[in-house]
Design a protein around this ligand. Structure first.
Ligand code: FAD
Length: 188
């Protein structure tokens, strides 16, 4: 049983997974290889002056793994509530988690199928997005959403930040207190 399953390993999903895993949560992240970020050449991401989309995605996944997240290359086909947790069906088997974060970028088919409420997108060329609260909660308790699919501006710095924001809000709800993740630099 995982604490959190993150569907999507682009900037939003991987950023969420970094915060969750670093906080000690058993975290699993799925990637079906359809990140649009892989098509980008990114020159406007703070701290990474000139990076290809594939490098940004692979660096993010490696960072999440370094902090303890598991990553499975699989297509998520169904998510169902089962007693006190979610059952996640994929083309690579069935997995279980207490919480879900949807970070599927442009893809909403599976999300609409499982009954999460969606609405028309407002960003250019984005037809449908998940209807989320300011914290990132969807219409189904326990399922959260972040990044492009949650309607934020389609830029890597924003989608990554939204993934972090949603993970921090979920961690805060789990703990009953605001989550802060600060490491301190001590000059030699
Ligand atoms: C050509 C192009 C150029 C761009 N250039 C820039 C730029 O210069 N600067 C900039 O800031 N932004 C740029 N962008 C935008 C940027 O790439 C996106 O806004 C942002 O990175 C999207 O992040 P995301 O995590 O929300 O989605 P994505 O990166 O699309 O990630 C979605 C993830 O969800 C996974 N997924 C989806 N459905 C499923 C499923 N059912 N099961 C399992 N996994 C699933 C995918 O595999 C992927 O891992 C560009 C985009 C494009 C297309």
């Amino acid at each position: 049983m995982y604490d959190v399953i993150v569907v999507g390993a682009g900037p939003a999903g991987a950023s969420a997974a970094i915060f969750l895993a670093k906080a000690g949560k058993k975290t699993l992240m799925f990637d079906n290889g359809l990140s649009v970020t892989r098509r980008a050449l990114v020159k406007n991401h703070y701290g990474a002056p000139n990076i290809t989309g594939p490098d940004l995605v692979e660096t993010g996944k490696a960072q999440a793994k370094e902090h303890g997240a598991e990553i499975v290359a699989a297509d998520v086909t169904d998510i169902r509530r089962t007693d006190d947790h979610f059952t996640v069906e994929t083309d690579q088997g069935v997995f279980h988690a207490r919480y879900i974060i949807l970070a599927t970028g442009l893809y909403t088919d599976m999300i609409e199928r499982i009954g999460v409420r969606t609405k028309p997108g407002t960003e250019p060329r984005i037809k449908t997005i998940v209807d989320v609260s300011p914290e990132g909660k969807t219409s189904i308790p326990g399922i959260w959403a972040a990044g492009t699919v949650a309607g934020v501006s389609m830029h890597t710095i924003i989608t990554a930040g939204d993934g972090a924001k949603v993970a921090i809000n979920l961690l805060s709800e789990m703990a009953g207190a605001r989550h802060v993740d600060h490491d301190v630099y001590k000059p030699a």
